[in-house]
Design a protein around this ligand. Structure first.
Ligand SMILES: Cc1cc2nc3c(=O)[nH]c(=O)nc-3n(C[C@H](O)[C@H](O)[C@H](O)COP(=O)(O)O)c2cc1C
Length: 143
């Protein structure tokens, strides 16, 4: 069964809600999933994955340090040709998603664009968008 890691960070919980819904969608498409907070995730968690979906909110027009550090830690993991994307909650500008997508491309991943941005805390409609997003990415891997 194809395996997808969903690694997310959150400060106030909205991106975590998104992450759980993205996971549900990926499972619905038949993927095995690993869901981890970026603060406890390790490069080793990615060693036999087929896909990587990163989630982070935008604060001060930026990615927070936890996700930046994780991206630095995984630079030597071979992600070339694997499928990836990114999502996050935001308030008004949402830079974090692009700032995760760029390094995933640099790692040679096949990046599904656009990533998914949900404004503030996702309502049921937002959670459904997250499930669809997870399902869409997983379907590209599961085939
Ligand atoms: C101090 C502060 C700074 C923020 N800066 C930004 C920002 O630069 N751009 C943006 O789109 N949203 C910004 N936001 C809004 C957050 O991204 C939004 O509240 C989001 O839902 C937080 O996600 P989380 O619950 O996963 O932490 C900011 C929020 C706070 C409290």
């Amino acid at each position: 069964m194809p395996k997808i890691a969903i690694i997310y960070g959150t400060q106030a919980g909205s991106t975590e809600m998104m992450a759980r819904a993205v996971e549900e969608g990926a499972q619905k498409a038949g993927a095995e999933t690993i869901l981890k907070n970026v603060l406890v995730a390790k490069a080793d968690d990615l060693k036999d994955i087929d896909g990587l979906i990163l989630g982070a909110p935008t604060y001060h027009a930026d990615l927070f340090d936890g996700m930046k550090n994780f991206l630095l830690k995984i630079r030597d993991v071979n992600l070339k040709g694997k499928t990836g994307s990114a999502f996050g909650s935001y308030g008004w500008s949402g830079e974090a998603v692009g700032k995760m997508i760029d390094p995933l491309k640099y790692f040679g991943m096949k990046v599904v664009e656009p990533g998914l941005l949900i404004k503030n805390q996702p309502d049921e409609g937002g959670l459904e968008e997250c499930r669809k997003f997870g399902e869409k990415i997983a379907k590209k891997i599961v085939k």
